[in-house]
Ligand binder design. Structure first.
Ligand code: NAP
Length: 541
């Protein structure tokens, strides 16, 4: 029954916000418990990140066959990925396939963006309200709102004045966009910009890339999955998922046990070369164990990558502009590319280094930097997201006594296991801050999050509990643990979305520990320990 017709109606057992990969799986698991569940989704269909990010070139950076859900043998048997790193349309088809298979849509309310959620202490219920005034109540509220779902436009003056076509990659139109014969500007060179630039360059009239900070990009080496590969993959699924389960970020790649500095320079070079030639994140997640921790070790891989850029870009001045100087390799999420550097060898592509000539304003005709006016027909904003906490900030969460989550997290998130918050009973934050899922081959961590939350709800039902909330002490200790795991990682010393930095959002200029950097296996162990100890750190009512 639609809420639109139901008004407030009967409360549900559980409300889930978001019908991406985590919301879909959470719905499925809760149904198995026989609970009444309603999912509210801002888009007009399932898929979350794969529904919104339809920009040209969008595709996996995890191997497709490590990314799909692992919980259903039937889905694993029936679904066939066509490429080792599938493109966005295929992944969206996959989400639809799963939604059909599990008949999920009947419990999902689409075109419904939740703007507020408040806990009613007397009733022991959460009430959510959508932007168009729909309201609903439930005992439990589960956020499945994704870590990178709040796109941010740059705070450059004049953005509204531009007269041509303008798109943010994270809200790309559902109709085809043509670049042929057009002068196109792309602002932003993160993982999204790198994919979009490479694809747009294939058909564009003229492309201008506005780069503020270059990133270290590594080759994706995508290829089709032939029938023999397909059979091998299907036969090996249990082994594949077991490997992911035991690796730091749940990728198929895990760190080499050696330190970079304990092998000879020839051996090191050969190892880097081998990793550079292999598909996927091996060069990042499967590198020597110290390259993301030890500065000297990191310098060796950064030096290798620097040479690769110089080899691939013909104009030495352009090559230097594309080489990062303010952070080492892997200390920001590594964009995987398919010919990105060669784009800058095209005559119709120009790189504008915003460190030399910052953007002054967007004009009706294009982009004006301190160096020149760049007239364009289209601007593509690949300017990223208000990461992890941004999606929470966009909903007014109020807990006990009307306390705002935004106020509680003003100095950075405080959570227990990245899944619950003191003062916000019965609220679960899948893939939320301080949760291993934010630094993960995400469906692998989503399944862990969802299974754990489902088990806790089952436990409560068995014990006759209706309310769960972490203690302030458990929250303090977990938050401290998150800070401790982060300190040894070099990425915590670098500005990026992983450290909560977004130059376009007020209050997001200070590095904040928003991701759990202890690795997925350690995180899972902690969660399992808590469950085994009768959910120590939680109070039940
Ligand atoms: P991002 O990494 O945050 O990159 C945003 C880019 O926009 C940066 O280059 C940033 O420059 C630039 N920018 C922002 N505001 C600007 C301004 N006012 N003026 C000029 N430049 C500006 O965001 P993203 O590229 O969307 O990627 C986010 C994450 O999504 C990735 O790290 C990855 O985890 C995920 N992702 C994954 C895939 C995949 O392959 N599966 C693809 C895309 C994205 P600064 O660096 O100087 O701030």
């Amino acid at each position: 029954m639609s809420l639109r017709s139901a008004g407030l109606g009967e409360p549900y057992d559980v409300i889930v916000i978001g019908a991406g990969l985590s919301g879909m799986y959470q719905l499925h698991r809760l149904r198995e418990l026989g609970l009444s569940v309603r999912v509210f989704e801002a888009g007009d269909d399932v898929g979350g990140t794969w529904y919104w990010n339809r920009y040209p070139g969008a595709r996996f950076d995890s191997e497709s066959w490590t990314y799909g859900y692992s919980f259903s043998d039937e889905i694993l048997r029936e679904w066939e990925w066509s490429e080792h790193f599938a493109a966005q349309p295929e992944t969206l088809r996959y989400c639809n396939f799963v939604a059909d298979k599990l008949d999920l849509r009947r419990d999902i309310e689409f075109d419904c963006r939740i703007k507020a959620a408040a806990y009613d202490e007397a009733a022991g219920q959460w009430e959510v309200e959508s932007e168009d005034g729909r309201r609903a109540r439930a005992r439990f509220l589960i956020t499945a709102i994704g870590p990178l779902s709040a796109p941010t436009m740059p705070t450059i003056p004049g953005v509204e004045s531009f007269r041509g076509e303008a798109y943010h990659t994270g809200t790309w139109p559902h109709r085809p966009v043509s670049f042929a014969g057009k002068r196109v500007a792309v602002i932003g060179t993160g993982a999204t910009g790198v994919q979009a630039i490479t694809e747009i360059a294939k058909t564009v009239g003229h492309l201008t890339v506005f780069q503020r900070t270059p990133n270290w990009c590594a080759p994706l080496h995508n290829s089709p999955i032939d029938p023999a590969d397909q059979a091998r993959i299907k036969a090996r699924y249990p082994e594949i998922f077991e490997t992911c389960r035991n690796s730091f970020g749940c990728f198929i790649h895990d760190a080499d046990p050696r330190n970079a500095l304990e092998v000879s320079s020839e051996e090191r070079e050969a190892f880097f070369e081998q990793r550079y030639r292999e598909p996927g994140f091996g060069i990042w997640m499967g590198n020597f164990r110290d390259v993301l921790i030890n500065r000297d070790a990191n310098a060796t891989i950064s030096d290798f990558m620097r040479r690769k850029i110089r080899e691939r870009v013909r104009d030495p001045k352009i090559a230097e502009k594309l080489i990062p100087t303010n952070h080492g390799f892997g200390t920001r999420r590594v964009p995987l590319e398919s010919g990105y550097y060669e784009v800058f060898n095209q005559d119709n592509v120009r790189l504008v280094d915003l460190r030399e000539t910052p953007i002054e304003r967007i004009t009706p005709a294009g982009v004006r930097t301190t160096g020149a006016e760049h007239a364009v027909d289209m601007i593509v904003y690949a300017t990223g997201f208000d990461a992890i906490t941004g999606a929470f900030d966009r909903i007014e969460f109020r807990g006990i006594a009307g306390r705002r989550l935004r106020d509680k997290w003003a100095e950075g998130p405080r959570t227990y296991l990245g899944l619950q918050i003191e003062g916000f009973p019965n609220l679960f934050t899948l893939v939320g801050p301080h949760n291993a899922a934010t630094f993960c081959n995400i469906p692998r961590c989503i399944e862990q999050n969802v299974d754990w939350v489902t088990a806790l709800i089952r436990h409560m039902r068995e014990k006759g509990h209706t309310r769960v909330e972490p203690t302030a002490e458990a929250e303090r200790e977990w938050t401290q643990h998150v800070l401790d795991t982060g300190r040894r990682m070099l990425f915590t010393q670098v500005d990026s979305w992983m450290m909560g930095i977004n130059s376009n959002v007020a209050g997001k200029q200070k590095r904040t520990f928003i991701v759990y950097a202890g690795g997925a296996p350690k995180y899972r162990e902690k969660c399992d320990e808590v469950a085994a100890a009768a959910y120590v750190g939680f109070t039940f009512g």
